[in-house]
Design a protein around this ligand. Structure first.
Ligand code: XMP
Ligand code: MG
Length: 176
């Protein structure tokens, strides 16, 4: 690991866990009887989705969509590409997209457009983190964990150059 990089804790795993309990009860109120398709956006959402799904005490299905947004390691480039589509049927399903973070909104906008072209019954978004300062597309976050300032964060699934995804909490990267 680069010795110039400092990680400054932002949310502990306990804080994240407490917030996910709250999100899970909101989601339960809305989806209890509709067996939603929880659609994790890879790779960043894998930890969040695993924790969130285990808090839901009603039937759900799970699948993943994988996209890449190209750019330097700390910036989205504005170009989003579909790398892998879900196997699950989307048509006539209630789809809940699960994202690690919404930043410019380009990724969410792209996936939302792709999903809507498949004829779902509904599409909503659950994002653990919302970084509204750099938004380029209007995005409605239906279930939001935390709003954060315009800083690059890692941990709990979020990476810098594919590192730090395994950290249990979320930290701000300093020293870049
Ligand atoms: P957009 O800009 O399309 O961003 O809303 C979505 C994707 O950009 C990545 N991203 C981050 N990744 N720490 C990260 O580890 C961050 O602070 C950050 N901000 C944006 C992430 O892949 C997200 O899905
Ligand atoms: Mg990334």
């Amino acid at each position: 690991m680069d010795s110039k990089i400092r990680l400054v804790p932002l949310f502990t795993s306990q804080q994240i866990s407490a917030r996910i309990d709250e999100l899970a009860s909101e989601i339960g109120r809305d989806y209890r009887d509709s067996c939603p398709l929880l659609l994790g956006v890879l790779k960043g959402s894998f930890v969040f989705l695993a924790d969130l799904a285990r808090r839901l005490d009603f039937p759900v299905e799970l699948d993943f969509i994988r996209v890449a947004s190209y750019g330097s390691k700390l910036e989205s480039s504005g170009r989003v590409k579909l790398l892998s589509e879900p196997v699950a049927r989307v048509k006539d399903r209630h789809v809940l997209m699960v994202e690690d973070i919404v930043d410019t909104g380009l990724t969410t906008d792209f996936i939302g457009g792709w999903l809507k072209s498949k004829g779902p019954a509904s599409v909503k978004l659950c994002a653990l983190l919302d970084k509204p300062d750099r938004r380029l597309r209007p995005v409605e976050v239906d279930y939001r964990g935390f709003v954060i300032p315009d800083r690059f964060v890692v941990g709990y699934g979020l990476d810098m150059d594919e590192k730090y995804r395994n950290l249990p909490g979320i930290s701000v990267i300093n020293g870049e």
